[in-house]
Design a binder for this molecule. Structure first.
Ligand code: FES
Length: 90
């Protein structure tokens, strides 16, 4: 595969950048994410995470299912304190 192929469209991370991250010691999806920002875009890795997992597996000789996936965070949005306190007017 050409090093310039975009793997993470949201963050415009290329195959070559992912290979460089793996060469730098990344062996998990989170490791690649921290080095390249792949998976930090709008889709939060829904599009690229599996591909990154496959690339790590092929470069490290692991099975794709053995590569640790990225951690997810629960979506957060601001709420009024009254909602927590049970105020029915909030
Ligand atoms: S394609 Fe990678 S975060 Fe969306």
């Amino acid at each position: 595969m050409d090093r310039n192929v975009i793997i993470c469209r949201c963050q415009e991370v290329t195959y070559g950048e992912i290979l460089d991250a793996i060469a730098d010691g990344a062996t998990t999806v989170d490791g690649v994410k921290k080095r390249t920002r792949a998976g930090m875009g709008l889709c939060q890795g829904k599009t690229c995470q599996r591909r990154v997992q496959q690339i790590i597996a092929s470069q490290t000789g692991q099975k794709p299912e053995d590569v640790l996936p990225a951690t997810y965070r629960v979506p957060v949005r601001p709420i009024r304190m009254g909602v927590i306190g049970g105020n029915k007017d909030e």
